[in-house]
Design a protein around this ligand. Structure first.
Ligand SMILES: Nc1nc2c(ncn2[C@@H]2O[C@H](COP(=O)(O)OP(=O)(O)O)[C@@H](O)[C@H]2O)c(=O)[nH]1
Ligand SMILES: [Mg+2]
Length: 498
């Protein structure tokens, strides 16, 4: 808090703030600031004391009695919500008493007039009449003043109505003090008064205390006025941000069913909501990771099965060799070395090789691979029968053309080539199977992820909910932060950046 040391500083500093508040459309608070500043310029008042309370508590009579005058009208229910000011005699005009119309639960205008006196007074005197000390309205007003950080004096008036034979006055006092305590309200003083003669009246003591307020020195006076101005500024900011804050709080109530009590509870809620959101997000992430990890492991196992399959044992290799040897340029069949017979022999050998290879492929690769995959898929939670059915498509047609296409004509002359040829055919077969397997697994993974995300609908719903909570709380936090930044800026005498 910047401490201002003279009237001129106050005028410049709060004049600028008042202007800013006015430009933002809050005329009411801008006017209040002007009112307080006008007071500074024109009067030598050190301390202002507002008398508040229910109608007919005796506020006006009390002020008259304190001033020993009849300036203020008493007895009638006020028709206007006007606040009247008188100076307390014997204080050189330095202590000013403000008479408010008083409150009545049926009239909001009068309550407003009372709250309106807040910014004009350094001390709030709550006058309760003897019979209504514990009226709800009185306690509420006390609380409002207390929360504003006001100096409070509680006056129990009309104590001439006390009947000593009914209750000892000391017991009555103890009772009054206990009620305030119960309500958690601290007051600077409690005075018991009567405007007519009464042995219990402390009217003179009260007057003496009020007169003492004229001793407030220049410094203390400026501090008092600044305190009032600051509280108007705070109210203005609260008002200016009201729509935003209410909207944010509505969201919080919609998400939580209730709202945090204060800033620290808000922070707690936010931290918890953020942690919960993170947890669910982590769970989903973990599920996905687990799934792709499982898929990766399975894919590797299946690939290994393909790679390790024995497709060409000795007999098969021999058939491959025989076929390749029949393709050599010097290979001729029959006595007449007829081309037709040679071709027929080559074809026969190719078919023999193909038949043997196909049988091996089916019995030693495709059948075991399909059943291994089907078994694995059924074991993971996200496996689907529909996908298992697709495994039927995992097959390969190896025919004469297929094996012929692998032949490298230029290599036929080499004596080592026949063995290499069989290896080439096996590699080609395995590569083709692996290609199919790859596509199949990729498709499956897409489906599995889709399936998983359906399974996670519940978690996603929780995420949505948590996000909503976090967003709502962050919104409130943002408004509060804005409020703080604005107040800090205004404290420095700067106009806030919006
Ligand atoms: N018996 C008694 N009556 C009082 C006392 N003070 C005020 N009254 C009466 O209470 C009524 C209301 O007083 P008033 O000052 O107009 O109350 P206000 O509405 O709070 O300003 C008037 O009839 C007063 O004469 C008091 O100390 N004792
Ligand atoms: Mg009155």
């Amino acid at each position: 808090m910047r401490v201002l040391t003279d009237n001129q500083q106050l005028l410049v500093h709060y004049g600028r703030i008042g202007q800013w508040i006015k430009e933002r459309g809050d005329e009411v608070h801008a006017e209040r600031i002007d009112e307080v500043l006008a007071e500074l310029e024109t009067e030598g008042v050190a301390t202002s004391v507002a008398f508040c309370g229910l109608f007919s508590a005796g506020k006006s009579s009390l002020i008259n009695a304190l001033c020993q005058s009849r300036d203020l009208a008493t007895g009638a229910i006020p028709t206007t919500a006007e606040v009247r000011a008188v100076t307390l005699p014997g204080t050189d005009g330095r202590v000013r008493l403000l008479d408010t119309p008083g409150v009545d639960s049926t009239d909001e205008a009068h309550r407003e007039a009372t709250m309106n006196a807040l910014h004009r007074a350094d001390v709030m005197v709550l006058v309760a009449d003897y019979q209504h000390v514990e009226a709800e309205e009185n306690l509420e007003l006390l609380r409002a003043f207390f929360e504003e950080g006001k100096r409070i004096v509680f006056v129990v008036n009309q104590v001439d109505k006390h009947l000593d034979f009914e209750l000892d006055f000391a017991d009555f006092r103890a009772h009054v003090e206990a009620s305030l305590d119960d309500y958690g309200i601290e007051v600077e003083h409690i005075y018991y008064t009567s405007t007519t003669a009464s042995p219990h009246s402390e009217l003179d003591e009260f007057r003496a205390w009020l007169c003492g307020l004229c001793d407030t020195d220049g410094h203390a006076h400026i501090a008092q006025v600044q305190k009032r101005l600051d509280s108007v500024v705070r109210d203005a900011i609260r008002q200016l941000l009201g729509v935003e804050r209410d909207a944010a709080l509505d969201e919080v109530r919609a998400a939580f069913g209730t709202e945090p009590l204060d800033a620290s509870e808000l922070e707690e809620w936010l931290a918890r909501a953020e942690a919960e959101l993170q947890d669910v997000e982590d769970e989903i992430e973990r599920d996905l990771e687990e799934q792709s990890e499982t898929a990766r492991t399975l894919r590797e196992a299946w690939v290994r099965t393909v790679e390790l399959a024995q497709l060409a044992p000795y007999e098969t290799t021999e058939k491959g060799r025989m076929y390749v040897e029949s393709l050599r340029p010097d290979f001729k069949v029959g006595f007449l070395r007829s081309a037709a017979k040679t071709a027929a022999e080559q074809n026969r050998r190719a078919e023999a090789f193909v038949l043997d290879l196909t049988t091996r492929l089916t019995n030693y690769l495709l059948v075991p691979l399909r059943s291994q995959i089907a078994k694995d898929i059924r074991q993971v939670a996200w496996g689907r029968e529909q996908w298992v059915a697709q495994l039927e498509g995992l097959s390969l047609e190896v025919d004469v053309d297929y094996v012929r296409n692998v032949v490298k004509v230029g290599a036929l002359v080499s004596s080592q080539y026949p063995y290499q040829y069989v290896k080439d055919v096996v590699s080609r077969v395995k590569r083709d199977i692996l290609g199919q397997l790859g596509v199949l697994v990729d498709n499956w993974l897409v489906e599995a992820q889709h399936e998983l995300s359906n399974h996670q609908a519940d978690k996603r719903h929780r995420i949505e909910e948590q996000r909503r909570k976090v967003d709502a709380l962050r919104q409130v936090e943002a408004v509060m932060r804005k409020e703080e930044t604005w107040i800090e800026a205004l404290d420095r005498g700067e106009v806030p950046n919006e």
